[in-house]
Design a protein around this ligand. Structure first.
Ligand SMILES: Nc1ncnc2c1ncn2[C@@H]1O[C@H](COP(=O)(O)OP(=O)(O)OP(=O)(O)O)[C@@H](O)[C@H]1O
Ligand SMILES: [Mg+2]
Length: 388
């Protein structure tokens, strides 16, 4: 990864201590860590349960205040609304309004980001196709399987075509086909110059898509580096060839014995991974037109995610941030602050921040879906009333 890239996230001495009711330190979730995430990188944040991954992610999102240290995201404070607008977030748990349909859910989030009706319609169609959920567009999210909810969550994280995506366990609950699609999607986003931070327990997923990993344990960084450098076994070689005729193999082995002076070596056949084999079986089943009531493979990348110049938006943003921002007029500043607080509160509710979130809008029984929608609309109006 080019070292000259701009840092999208920069953390120095980042610390988060959770306190109990009496203000006594209860858990040092993140303990004085330094790291950077550079523009265009796909970074994996790894670590066992409770090691501080989600806490770190929530601080980057501005959903939790650090107890100590400095943290900047896209050159600004993580709590700035402008920062949030450029970030797509897939939370660890799905927080979706269960009475809204897949389409309404995405429409709601699209409106939250101030997208026009026409833009929303275009993005939603393409996103649902991409995550293999077009056929379920009018079904309520509450009826979806875990994997289907994850797919809608991913679509929601991309509705605003963010420059920086944070995916907390993106493949949790997905079948291998879904995992493969998510991984392909992440690689495509990387090609488009997006920056991605992923947490996952599925190490093979991380290995397939990440340039670099940060491994946390007990809130501390225990290892960090480019995957290639970390995983390469330095003192060994591997040569892969088509199957050799026995006499050639005999000669190769003779040469190796002569040179290795009794050191052991091995020759074997490369193995496919179980994932590759599984995907082949499913592809064959699809080709044989076997019916399924489950998810229909998506995978076609939403056009609007691909039609922007590589890294263009992020470059603009970072450029914008290097220039000092003009001080807003006093009235305007107060108005903006009020709007930001409302927006933050709503985003916190939607993403399940650690602040005590009020109950999701009353989840009434069937005919009340309209009511749930009206309530969501009202919320949006409050929030976006003045935006075009
Ligand atoms: N709101 C909270 N109040 C008190 N302690 C918390 C809170 N959130 C997290 N913690 C504690 O902080 C530590 C790190 O938690 P965190 O959720 O960041 O871990 P994680 O690495 O994401 O784990 P997992 O793999 O299980 O998702 C844990 O000890 C956890 O109990
Ligand atoms: Mg977590």
């Amino acid at each position: 990864m080019a070292q000259e890239s701009n840092p999208v996230v920069s953390a120095v001495g980042l610390t988060k201590v959770f306190r109990d009711f009496w203000g006594r330190p209860k858990a040092k979730a993140v303990n004085d860590i330094d790291f950077e995430i550079l523009e265009g990188e796909v970074v994996g944040l790894l670590g066992p349960n409770g090691s501080g991954k989600s806490t770190t992610v929530k601080m980057i999102l501005g959903l939790l205040y650090p107890t100590g240290g400095q943290l900047s995201v896209l050159g600004r404070s993580p709590r700035a609304v402008e920062t949030k607008r450029e970030i797509g977030y897939l939370p660890e748990e799905s927080y979706l309004y269960k009475y809204l349909t897949a389409e309404e859910t995405l429409d709601f989030f699209g409106a939250l980001f101030g997208l026009s009706r026409a833009e929303r319609a275009r993005h939603i169609e393409q996103l649902l196709d991409m995550v293999g959920m077009l056929h379920a567009r009018r079904r309520r999210v509450g009826e979806f399987s875990k994997g289907m909810q994850r797919r809608i969550g991913l679509a929601q994280a991309m509705i605003n075509d963010p420059a920086f995506l944070i995916l907390d366990e993106p493949t949790a609950g997905l079948d291998p086909l879904g995992c493969k699609e998510v991984k392909d999607l992440i690689l495509m986003l990387k090609k488009r110059g997006k920056t991605v931070l992923i947490t996952s327990h599925l190490l093979s997923d991380i290995e397939d898509v990440c340039d670099r990993v940060i491994i946390l344990y007990g809130g501390k960084i225990r290892a960090e580096g480019a995957l290639d450098a970390l995983l390469e076994v330095n003192k060994q070689e591997r040569i892969i060839t088509p199957t050799l005729p026995p006499e050639v193999m005999q000669r190769v082995l003779a040469i190796l014995r002569e040179h290795l002076h009794g050191e052991s070596f091995s020759v074997d056949h490369p193995r496919r991974t179980l994932e590759e084999f599984f995907l082949e079986v499913i592809e064959q089943a699809k080709a044989d037109s076997i019916e399924t009531a489950g998810v229909i493979g998506g995978g076609r990348i939403a056009e609007y995610l691909t039609d922007r110049e590589e890294g263009g938006l992020l470059n603009d943003l970072l450029k914008e941030n290097t220039a000092p921002a003009p001080a807003p007029e006093p009235d305007e500043a107060a108005e903006r602050e009020a709007r930001e607080t409302a927006a933050e509160r709503t985003i916190e509710e939607l993403t399940g921040a650690d602040v005590p979130a009020p109950e999701a809008p009353a989840a009434p029984a069937d005919p009340d879906r309209a009511e749930a929608l009206a309530e969501a609309d009202e919320k949006l109006n409050d929030l976006l009333g003045k935006r075009e």
